[in-house]
Design a protein around this ligand. Structure first.
Ligand code: AMP
Length: 346
């Protein structure tokens, strides 16, 4: 979707508030202080520039700081913590003792733990650093065997990790770095007690990295209790639809809304538009007003029969009307391709 030119226009008495996200500062990986084996791995993966969280977090982490990262998957956060960890562990590398890793990374789900493991495999391919991934629901024997061979990094879900810790298969005395990934999900999934037990067994002298997509009060309290003077880095997701959506707010008097909407819709770029209203009555009224102004529109809401809704949707998806006015309830869960604009009318 190109930048629609109505964004440049000022509405009547209103003010335009652009909500631009992620003003990215261009930094090179080679500016971040990373060692050659890591830069080589980055090149072979064809990463060109660091993502915002990488550019902001890596130098701080190389400096030994704790980190509070407010970021979702898709932001490049795995490399943001993985590269500095690998760098620290590969300098003066010595074979790790059996069952005594130097770094622990906890993730709430096995799929995520496996994915983190995969990232470490490629990022660390030109270093001596070795990792293993540990999760429940499978036999622990191969996991124990890997630990006995000595692993610098353990990526794990909390339950199985705690089991192995309690069995004495894992000792945490040598831990220098501790990463908690998706902390909010960890709390939602009821892992807080397990995580607290693990944290209690860690040496006080360590670097702690805490990642969460959201920061509700419970997560803030938890972060405070395990971090030591952290740097805070907050980013919005990379490569998700949200980043490709520009959002604008128009402040407008109620009496001028209709005219503003018609004016905005006169832009030919607005070729497939959903207008959300709060009530069914308003959905009908707005669609009638648009039709009167010469803009083909259909309304869908709960008072219309299933058949009528289906027909309206069809005319919209096929392009014979370019504006669909809907209550959010009626539109919930519908999936329409190529919507160019969404207007929240109320
Ligand atoms: P993550 O948020 O760590 O799950 O990463 C999301 C995806 O982005 C993964 O597929 C990474 O391989 C990829 N990625 C991470 N950093 C970069 C980068 N600097 N350039 C291109 N892709 C990247």
């Amino acid at each position: 979707m190109g930048a629609p030119h109505w964004r440049q226009r000022r509405p009547f008495n209103g003010r335009r508030i652009p909500v631009e996200r992620d003003i990215m500062t261009i930094t090179e990986f080679s500016d971040l202080g990373l060692s050659e084996p890591l830069l080589r791995a980055i090149r072979s993966e064809n990463y060109e520039t660091p993502t915002p969280i990488q550019a902001q977090a890596i130098p701080q982490l190389l400096g030994g700081r704790d980190l509070l990262g407010i970021a979702q998957t898709g932001t490049g956060k795995t490399a943001a913590f993985g590269l500095p960890i690998l760098q620290e562990l590969s300098e003066n590398w010595e074979k790790p003792s059996p069952g005594r890793p130097l770094c622990v990374i906890l993730a709430p789900k096995r799929e995520l733990a496996i994915q983190i493991g995969e990232s470490f495999k490629f990022m660390g391919r030109y270093t001596m650093v070795r990792h293993t991934v540990i999760f429940g629901g499978v036999s622990q024997n191969p996991q124990v065997a890997a630990l006995r061979r000595g692993r610098d990094i353990v990526v794990a879900t909390p339950g199985r990790f705690l089991d192995l810790m309690n069995q004495g298969q894992l000792k945490l005395h040598d831990i220098r770095q501790f990463v908690l990934d998706e902390a909010d999900r960890m709390l939602d999934m009821g892992f807080i007690h397990d995580v607290r037990k693990i944290v209690a067994a860690l040496p006080d002298e360590r670097q702690t990295l805490f990642f969460s997509a959201t920061m509700p009060k419970s997560v803030v309290g938890f972060a405070d209790s395990i971090l030591n003077n952290p740097v805070r880095v907050e980013v919005t997701p990379r490569a998700t639809p949200v980043e490709r959506i520009s959002q604008n707010v128009h402040f407008v008097e109620t009496s001028e809304k209709k005219e503003l909407l018609i004016n905005i819709l006169s832009d030919a770029d607005m070729d497939k538009v959903i207008v959300f209203t709060r009530t069914k009555h308003r959905a009908n009224r707005v669609s009638e007003q648009l039709v009167k102004a010469g803009i083909p529109a259909e309304a869908i809401h709960g008072n219309k029969s299933q058949g009528a809704r289906q027909r309206a949707l069809q005319r919209f998806t096929q392009g014979s009307v370019r504006v669909l006015v809907a209550t959010d309830i009626a539109a919930r869960g519908i999936d329409i391709n190529d919507v160019s604009h969404v207007v929240n009318y109320e």
